[in-house]
Design a protein around this ligand. Structure first.
Ligand code: KIV
Length: 279
C-alpha cells in the first residue's frame, strides 16, 4: 500500500511508529521500499555522505533533483520526501514555491522538507497552498550549523525549549504535514509530540516521537569517524563491502577470477577464424 500524508497521520493516531530512512539512489531506495520502510528522505545530508562536503550548505537544487528522481524511480510504496537545500527557500516565498515545485515535478517527490520554525511559516503556507505537502524540521537544523557553532543538541534551556514548542505549533498552523525533530532532549520531543496533531519523526530526539529517521550510511556501518550518540549500527555493511572488495582484488591478481563458471564459451575453431581473417 502506498504511504501518503493520510497514512502517516493514521499511524500517529493509532500509535504505529513511522519508519523513515534517508536514500539517495535507485538501488538503495528499491531495497528499502521492498523492506516496507514508510518514508524515504532525500536529505541534503547527501552533501556529506554522497558528495564528501563538510556540511550540507553547498548542496544545490540540481543535486537534490538528480538524487530525488533516482529515489522516486525505486520507491513504489514509500512516501518520498525531498529536502529543500540551503538558500532555495530562505530568501523569498515565491522562489520557495518554485523550488518546491521542481522537486515534485522533476524529482517525483511526494513532499518537501525545509528547516526552521516561525521564520519559515510564510514559505510553508505558500508551498502548501500550491498543493505541495511540507515536512518541517526543528531542533538541530544542520543548515544553521554556523549559527549553532557546530552540530550541537538544541532546546536544552527552558527558553529554548519553550521557543521550540512555539515553533512546532506555528509550523503545524502553517500547514506542515509532519515535523522532523533533530538533536533535542527526549522529554522535550515527547511534549512536542503530545501537543501536535501532526506526526513527529525523531533523530536524536528519543523514543517518544511518532517515528524515527536515520541516515542509512550511519545505521548500516558505512560511515567512519565520529558517530553521534543517537546512531545505532544495525548492520556492518562497510565490513562486508571491504571483505568483498579485498577478495576481488586478491582473486583478480592471482588469476582465479574469472573462473570457468563466470566465462562465456562457444564451439568455434579459432584456428580457422584466425586463418580466414589473415591474422
Ligand atoms: O538531511 C538529512 O538527512 C536530514 C535528516 C538527518 C533528518 O535532514
Amino acid at each position: 500500500m502506498k504511504n501518503t500524508v493520510s497514512t502517516l497521520l493514521m499511524q500517529k493516531q493509532s500509535g504505529d511508529k513511522i519508519t523513515m530512512l534517508t536514500a539517495y539512489d535507485y538501488t538503495t531506495a528499491k531495497i528499502m521500499d521492498e523492506c516496507g520502510v514508510n518514508a524515504l528522505l532525500i536529505g541534503d545530508s547527501l552533501g556529506m555522505v554522497m558528495l564528501g562536503y563538510e556540511n550540507t550548505l553547498p548542496v544545490t537544487m540540481d543535486d537534490m533533483i538528480h538524487h530525488t528522481a533516482a529515489v522516486s524511480r525505486g520507491a513504489q510504496n514509500a512516501f518520498v520526501v525531498a529536502d529543500m537545500p540551503f538558500m532555495s527557500y530562505q530568501t523569498d516565498v515565491r522562489e520557495a514555491v518554485i523550488n518546491a515545485g521542481r522537486l515534485i515535478k522533476e524529482g517525483g517527490a511526494n513532499a518537501v522538507k525545509l528547516e526552521g520554525g516561525a521564520e519559515v511559516c510564510p514559505q510553508i503556507r505558500a508551498i502548501v497552498n500550491a498543493s505541495i505537502p511540507v515536512v518541517a524540521h526543528l531542533g538541530l537544523t544542520p543548515q544553521s550549523v554556523n549559527v549553532f557553532g557546530g552540530f550541537k543538541v538544541q532546546g536544552k534551556t527552558q527558553d529554548k525549549a519553550e521557543k521550540l514548542i512555539r515553533d512546532a505549533l506555528d509550523i503545524q498552523d502553517a500547514g506542515a504535514c509532519a515535523v522532523v525533530l533533530e538533536g533535542i532532549p527526549a522529554k522535550l520531543a515527547e511534549v512536542i509530540t503530545q501537543k501536535l496533531t501532526i506526526p513527529t519523526i525523531g533523530i536524536g530526539a528519543g523514543n517518544g516521537c511518532d517515528g524515527q529517521v536515520l541516515v542509512y550510511q550511519d545505521m548500516l556501518g558505512l560511515t567512519s569517524g565520529h558517530t553521534p550518540k543517537f546512531v545505532k549500527r544495525f548492520a556492518d555493511v562497510g565490513a562486508l563491502m571491504r571483505h568483498g572488495i579485498n577478495e576481488y582484488i586478491t582473486e583478480t591478481k592471482n588469476g582465479s577470477f574469472p573462473s570457468q563458471e563466470h566465462t562465456y564459451s562457444a564451439d568455434i575453431d579459432m584456428t580457422a577464424v584466425l586463418a580466414k581473417e589473415g591474422c
